[in-house]
Design a protein around this ligand. Structure first.
Ligand SMILES: Cc1cc2nc3c(=O)[nH]c(=O)nc-3n(C[C@H](O)[C@H](O)[C@H](O)COP(=O)(O)O)c2cc1C
Length: 328
């Protein structure tokens, strides 16, 4: 898949996810075969008010490429300035958020609210494209609700003003996460544009990825929640798409080592207190798959030190070595 002058091959990507797709998890996903990763969403307004947190969200690791910074906002001039500042961080592309369904975001006209405001959505993309030299992509839901599936029309207009690719999360804002993704929305967008369309929503297995590609003609796939505690999913998808064969699932040792590495990277990035708090949920995602592992998962919600995390992982590993890992 080509995005601007970049080749993304194989086109298996990590979705932007607030609270998840930070530098620690992006480095893990990349090592496990995600060929393009997008940062957590950065609010343009906060960025332009010099919020330290925004800069922190935009930091990328040396050698981390290709990586996109995702910006969110609905004022074209502010988005253009946010894009310039994001590009100065050294990323390879700017991604515009037109999918966030959260009430406090859409009440400002940002995120998926832009799906309802075609002229302004197009103005945002045009100004961002004009502001930076790197490719600009848009990640969008299919529309606001099932009566207004605007993504195909929007994608066509975005292509005209210079967007290099669009990623379609195959749900409406109204769906939130309550309805299953309808991959036909991705096909509808793909039929309207010649830039790459990346399919997203409910890819849980390598078979899902193949089915989505076949049904939609998408140029690539983007995986979000299925990578929680299972960053190997990117490799498994690539292997299955290329050869039709399944890779061996990760062993209990692999999973414990990955969980330890994830904790360590988070501690390096955020300091022990914040890192361990944020890792509670993420650790639970790694410690699953055996009949008795719910105990370990619930214990992870009360860890407070790095040592607690290490002890929990070691005890889970002892337990899992004696059990059949059946999670994949
Ligand atoms: C915890 C979480 C945070 C998310 N944050 C963002 C975000 O910052 N920007 C964005 O465009 N989408 C965000 N999303 C949506 C995902 O990128 C993706 O579109 C969605 O989860 C559907 O893909 P999946 O079924 O593979 O998870 C988020 C999703 C989750 C679960």
């Amino acid at each position: 898949m080509e995005i601007g002058l970049m080749t993304i091959d194989p086109p298996v990507m990590l979705a932007p996810m607030a609270g998840v797709s930070n530098r620690a998890f992006r480095s893990i996903a990349r090592k496990q075969g995600a060929t393009l990763c997008i940062t957590e969403m950065v609010n343009a307004n906060a960025l332009l008010h010099n919020s330290a947190k925004s800069y922190w969200l935009m930091e990328i690791d040396p050698g981390e490429t290709p990586v996109g910074i995702q910006i969110a906002g609905s004022d074209p001039d502010m988005m253009a300035e946010a894009a310039r500042q994001a590009a100065a961080m050294g990323c390879d592309l700017i991604d515009i958020n037109m999918g966030c369904p959260v009430a406090k975001v859409v009440k400002n006209g940002d995120g998926s609210a832009l799906l309802n405001d075609i002229p302004n959505a197009v103005a945002v993309v045009r100004e961002v494209v004009n502001a930076v030299r790197i490719p600009v992509t848009v990640k969008m839901r299919a529309g606001w609700d099932h009566q207004s599936i605007t993504a195909p029309q929007l994608a066509e207009a975005f292509e005209k003003v210079g967007a290099a690719a669009v990623a379609v999360h195959a749900r409406t804002r109204d769906d939130q996460y309550l309805r299953p993704a309808n991959w036909d929305f991705i096909r509808q967008v793909r039929e309207r544009v010649s830039i790459p369309v990346i399919g997203n929503g409910d890819i849980k297995t390598p078979e899902d990825a193949v089915r989505m590609l076949e049904l939609t003609g998408a140029a690539g796939v983007m995986v979000g929640r299925a990578s929680f505690g299972d960053p190997w999913i990117f490799q498994r998808i690539t292997e299955f798409v290329r050869t039709g064969r399944h890779m061996e699932p990760p062993s209990a040792e692999d999973r414990a080592a990955m969980a330890r590495y994830h904790v360590q990277r988070m501690v390096e990035l955020k300091g022990e207190g914040v890192a361990i708090r944020e890792m509670r949920k993420q650790l639970a995602w790694y410690l699953k798959g055996t009949p008795g592992s719910t105990v370990f998962r619930s214990r992870s919600s009360s860890i407070s030190t790095w040592e607690d995390a290490e002890t929990l992982i070691a005890e889970w590993l002892d337990h899992a070595r004696n059990e059949d890992l059946s999670w994949i």
